[in-house]
Design a binder for this molecule. Structure first.
Ligand code: IPM
Ligand code: MG
Length: 367
């Protein structure tokens, strides 16, 4: 058993575009150091993805990058996306790399925890008494729905030119993501809120039916259903009431950005995308071209994604908890990047925040 936990794991780093490279540099340091102090051997590789891969190899997701991802235990991705490539045909946009990785790794379950650290109450644009104690998990279906449905495309001429996307969900796809949500709820406050648009969409009617039937296998977990427009409102009106939010791909994309503002901004949100094989871990924030290259980005979402990677793909829950504890300690001690700092507070650079977390890792790992 001891030997088993010490097997060499393979982690692929995909820094990508914009601030992706800056935050993955810090998150990579944290992962290396945590593994080293815990005596867990990890073999690292690093490859280009997104715009960086277009520059290096002419395509956003080179076959070698996908193959290496499939052969790894886990992938840590920074971000993809850069307006410099907007002139390229749609299938060569950097964002395609992300969809290609999600599909190629079959990571159908996207977990986005939204937790407000107490010292960041003031960093949320919402009133502290409203957001205090927010702790929810968004479970977003990631490989189906309108992002992937066919037929899709643009055809015709002039005013008759038509663009088309298709939303489709099978019973099997809904059932497996619903199970992820109910299992997660059992480790939390035992409440699932399923979000759909069942008053309009057939996909959502099937969604509601299947989630309801999976819910009957979990009588110890409370289930309720909200229409997505109402969910968008309730997330702001009573954010503390939410435990696990279960929803389809596009609704989850939108609601998770909204929910980020409950947790002190999008610079704090990690994510895990899980399927049967390799897990994909990435901060929820994008490439942020407006602040890229200036060393001011908040690396904590990427560092918290490392914690999720340790927990979900490397089977190292203690190391994961230590990374989270180190982040808490750094925040408690006043460490703030520009996005978190209030007037009068000193803002750390990306690298300095990485240094602070590493100092705290050394403390929590020595216990
Ligand atoms: C996200 C992002 C992606 C998505 C984009 C970059 C393709 O917004 O992970 O939330 O829409 O899924
Ligand atoms: Mg998004």
């Amino acid at each position: 058993m001891a030997d088993q936990t010490r097997r060499t794991r393979r982690v692929l780093l995909l820094p990508g575009d914009g601030i992706g490279a800056e935050v993955v540099a810090q998150a990579g340091r944290v992962l290396r150091e945590t593994a080293r102090l815990g005596g867990q051997p990890i073999e690292f590789r690093e490859l280009p993805v997104g715009g960086a891969a277009i520059d290096a190899c002419g395509e956003p997701l080179p076959a070698a990058t996908l193959r290496s991802a499939q052969e790894s235990d886990a992938v840590l991705l920074g971000a993809v996306g850069d307006p410099r490539y907007d002139h390229l045909p749609r299938d060569r946009w950097p964002e395609r790399a992300l969809l290609g990785l999600r599909a190629g790794l079959a990571t159908y379950a996207n977990l986005r925890p939204v937790r407000l650290h107490p010292v960041l109450e003031q960093a949320s644009p919402l009133r502290p008494e409203l957001v205090r104690g927010v702790d929810m998990l968004i479970v977003r279906e990631l490989t189906g729905g309108i992002y992937f449905g066919t037929p899709r495309g643009v055809e015709g001429e002039g005013d008759g030119r038509v663009a088309r996307n298709t939303m489709a969900y099978s019973v099997g796809e809904i059932r497996r993501i619903a199970r992820v949500a109910f299992e997660a709820a059992r480790r939390r406050r035992r409440k699932v809120t399923s979000v759909d648009k069942a008053n309009i969409l057939e996909c959502s009617q099937l969604w509601r039916e299947v989630v309801g039937s999976v819910g009957r296998e979990y009588p110890d977990v409370a289930l309720d259903h909200l229409y997505v427009d109402n969910a968008a409102m309730q997330l702001l009106a009573r954010p503390r009431d939410f435990d696990v939010v279960l929803t389809e791909n596009m609704f989850g994309d939108i609601l998770s950005d909204e929910a980020a503002m409950l947790a002190g901004g999008i610079g704090m949100l990690p994510s895990a995308s899980l399927g049967e094989g390799t897990g994909l871990f990435e901060p929820v924030h994008g490439s942020a071209p407006d602040i890229a290259g200036r060393g001011v980005a908040n690396p904590l979402a990427a560092i918290l994604s490392v914690a999720m990677l340790l927990r979900h793909s490397l089977g190292l829950p203690e190391e994961a908890a230590r990374v989270e504890a180190a982040v808490e300690r750094a925040l408690d001690a006043g460490a703030r990047t520009a996005d978190l700092a209030r007037a009068g507070e000193t803002a750390l650079s990306t690298q300095q925040m990485g240094d602070r977390v590493l100092e705290e890792i050394a403390v929590v790992m020595s216990r």
